[in-house]
Design a protein around this ligand. Structure first.
Ligand SMILES: Nc1nc2c(c(=O)[nH]1)N[C@H]1C(S)=C(S)[C@@H](COP(=O)(O)O)O[C@H]1N2
Ligand SMILES: [Mo]
Length: 320
């Protein structure tokens, strides 16, 4: 793995890619019309609406599958909640593309049901479960969390899920289990970037057992009141809000308890830039950019100070 050669697209930090699909469309739209200047901008609204309605149509079947669960008031956030369409059109899901604004279109053929998840390794009761059976057994709740990508964009979204602890209690980790290793599905016919053999597919992430058992650590199956749409990592993904976004692995097929520290996807690709722990920290810059501030999608211009542990120190600072 040490000799991996990374293609250009992967080396470009995510924050150098133009973010707003709307912005890209506006430029393209204006160019196609062969016009420029203030007059053209009045057409921008029309085009943004057209894009929104296409995304709304893509989301429709997921929005119809409502998860009516109670909101956990312990985890409310003061900052304004991100618009659902914005969150659903600005995604990192490298199995499909490295272009955030097009993930929602590239996941079209991605079938997220039926779906099995295997829990194995150093546990008393290994098991393989259908995701919908698992959802029925687990204590679902809604939590509004801050979310911070390592590339400095951030959002506030209402996740629906259950504490990972609830699942681990069920399988009973053995006393020598120290880490949890999670793996994403592998299907290069559908997730076409998995044909790039230079990258260490499938996507893998890990936590210490103490991190996995923390109150904040969620296995997420829904967002904005309904089941997860594919671009957010359906049918089940991790959310660890005090860590950079790449830790929050999507579309999980396996959870393995182990006594060895797992290598994680981005750590294998760029070990100098991405570690295992990856806690949000304004005082530790990324080798190529500062982590002192962040911006809320889609408004790149307005910066906010980054908070240590992404503002969740009261829950997790004792772990470090
Ligand atoms: N399997 C998988 N999980 C993944 C990623 C990925 O490319 N593949 N990207 C990560 C990164 S870098 C981020 S910021 C978040 C983005 O989650 P979102 O698209 O739901 O906002 O997913 C994380 N989980
Ligand atoms: Mo990210």
């Amino acid at each position: 793995m040490a000799n991996i050669k990374i293609s250009k697209g992967w080396e470009i930090p995510e924050n150098q890619v133009t973010p707003e699909s709307v912005y890209i469309n506006r430029r393209k739209f204006i160019k196609e019309l062969g016009i420029a200047g203030a007059g053209a901008l009045s057409l921008f609204g029309t085009n943004a609406c057209a894009q929104d309605s296409r995304v709304a149509k893509q989301l429709e079947p997921y929005r119809a599958q409502i998860l009516d669960v109670k909101k956990n008031e312990e985890f409310t956030v003061k900052r304004k909640q991100t618009d659902e369409i914005i969150a659903a059109t600005y995604n990192n899901f490298y199995e499909f593309t490295s272009s955030k604004s097009t993930v929602w279109r590239r996941v079209e053929k991605f079938k997220t049901r039926p779906w099995e998840i295997e829990i194995s390794g150093l546990v008393e009761k290994p098991m393989t479960l259908d995701v919908d059976d698992l959802i029925k057994q687990m204590p679902l709740e809604e939590r509004i969390y801050r979310f911070r990508c390592v590339e400095t964009w951030a959002m506030v979204v209402p996740w629906i899920g259950f504490p990972m602890k609830a699942l681990l209690d069920k399988v009973q980790p053995k006393s020598d289990a120290k880490y949890v290793r999670m793996t994403t599905f592998m299907d290069p016919d559908v997730a076409t970037q998995q044909n790039n053999f230079r990258l260490p597919w499938p996507y893998v992430e890990g936590l210490t057992l103490a991190e996995a058992m923390n109150d904040l650590t969620l296995l997420v199956v829904g967002i904005y009141g309904h089941i997860l749409p594919p671009q957010h990592g359906a049918p089940i993904r991790l959310i660890v809000p005090w860590k950079y976004g790449f830790k929050s692995i999507k579309s999980i097929v396996s959870i393995e308890l182990t006594d060895k520290k797992p290598r994680n996807f981005w750590n294998v690709i760029l070990p100098r830039e991405y570690g295992f722990e990856a806690n949000v920290n304004p005082n530790v810059p990324h080798p190529r950019w500062s982590q002192a501030s962040e911006w809320m999608i889609p408004t790149r211009g307005k910066k906010y100070p980054t908070q240590i542990y992404n503002g969740y120190g009261e829950f997790v600072a004792h772990l470090y």
